[in-house]
Design a protein around this ligand. Structure first.
Ligand SMILES: NC(=O)c1ccc[n+]([C@@H]2O[C@H](COP(=O)([O-])OP(=O)(O)OC[C@H]3O[C@@H](n4cnc5c(N)ncnc54)[C@H](O)[C@@H]3O)[C@@H](O)[C@H]2O)c1
Length: 355
């Protein structure tokens, strides 16, 4: 697609590449690899010398986003037979399961669809991992939609889980199956509860796309929309940090559940102000009614991930936002430059006096 850039991983930690006893390149199966986080992960795995097989039904992901070095199979994760057959053929050492119905609103309207994709899809992916003899299964879970509201922040993994949406509930159920598979089979699943992930290439859809929504609308010279009063807080974590956590989690290790967040709360209004500042435009949002199924405050304590994986978030919100904006489309960059130039001009023009 014109103006589209494939994600480039520039992680700063050496990534451990688990070599197999037969010394071939380790093989990874990535479901949802044509999506926002998945496409970044795929490129990072390839850069770390993995052989990468992508499964995606392209319902929201796009084939052109998948690194050319990977092999893309158009499979719906609800099709357990096709998924298992592929895993049997590929024999991945690691399965990263990211394919999901990610829209909280859709999950409220169509909870059974959400269940089929997110729960049955996870069971099918776990089965595929088991059949293939994979030693590690990494689940993209959520910290933003699984914990209950009104608890002391930042939330650690022992905090009460009380999802407010079918989406959060389906991820909690998916985690439960991972824990069960650890008891039942040789697969060692690890569930990573992502905070609000943002970065280049994100589209305005799905969980936590508020950064993409703000950068998109401000970059196009439109007023950003704030749902509710904007005082709701989120923990924004840069996609490159999330990808690094996934790569670290792929190494052989104990099953478990880890938060992948920064521990820092930022309100939606504060986020909007920062994005507007970077775009060089005023922040003048329009307000819309609060959405169902969303928590008021969120921040995830990453200490367990630090202790278990040696992972710490490295990219500050300001740096991540700058890099997200830098990765915008040519059109939106030009538009942004145009707005900034107009503003600079109007600032230097003496104001017209009115009576
Ligand atoms: N973005 C966030 O802030 C965030 C936060 C917490 C958790 N997560 C989780 O991370 C994962 C990736 O999220 P994302 O933001 O990259 O979303 P995304 O929508 O960009 O990616 C999801 C991918 O899954 C694919 N997919 C959907 N249904 C499928 C099906 N039935 N079969 C096969 N493929 C299917 C889509 O085509 C898409 O490529 C999801 O599991 C999501 O729940 C994301």
């Amino acid at each position: 697609m014109a103006g589209e850039r494939r994600p480039v991983y520039s992680g700063r930690l050496p990534i451990p590449v688990p070599r197999s006893p037969r010394h071939h390149a380790p093989r990874a199966l990535v479901t949802g690899g044509a999506g926002f986080i998945g496409s970044h992960l795929v490129s990072a795995l390839l850069d770390a010398d993995y052989e990468v097989h992508v499964v995606d039904d392209l319902s929201s992901g796009r084939a052109e986003r998948v690194d050319d070095r990977a092999r893309l199979e158009r499979i719906d994760v609800r099709d357990g037979v096709a998924l298992t057959a592929l895993a049997h053929r590929v024999r991945p050492e690691v399965v990263f399961h990211l394919a999901a119905q990610v829209d909280v609103g859709v999950s409220v309207r169509e909870p059974a669809l959400d269940l089929r994709v997110n729960v049955e899809g996870t069971i099918n992916a776990l089965e595929a991992a088991r059949v293939a003899g994979a030693r590690r299964f990494v689940l993209a879970s959520t910290g933003g939609a699984i914990y209950g509201d009104g608890q002391t922040l930042p939330l650690d993994e022992e905090a009460e889980t009380a999802p407010l949406s079918p989406y959060g509930q389906s991820k909690l159920a998916a985690e439960g199956y991972c824990t069960l598979y650890a008891r039942l089979h040789a697969v060692s699943p690890i569930s990573l509860r992502f905070a609000n992930v943002y970065g280049p290439g994100q589209e305005v859809r799905g969980e936590g796309a508020v950064v993409a929504a703000f950068t998109g609308r401000l970059g196009e010279g439109e007023r950003p929309r704030v749902f509710g009063d904007g005082g709701q807080t989120r923990d924004f974590v840069f996609v490159e940090d999330v990808v690094r956590a996934m790569l670290l989690a792929a190494a052989p290790g104990e099953p478990g559940i880890l938060n992948v967040g920064t521990g820092t709360e930022t309100s939606v209004l504060e986020l909007g102000r920062r994005v507007a500042e970077l775009c060089g435009v005023p922040f003048d949002p329009e307000y819309a009614p609060a959405r169902t199924g969303e928590v008021r405050r969120s921040a995830l304590n990453p200490e367990r991930a630090t202790a278990t994986l040696g992972w710490v978030p490295e990219v500050s919100l300001d740096e991540g936002l700058e890099r997200t904006l830098g990765g915008g489309t040519e059109a939106s960059n030009e538009r942004r430059q145009g707005i900034a130039a107009q503003q600079a001009q109007s600032a230097s023009t003496p104001p017209v006096q009115t009576m």
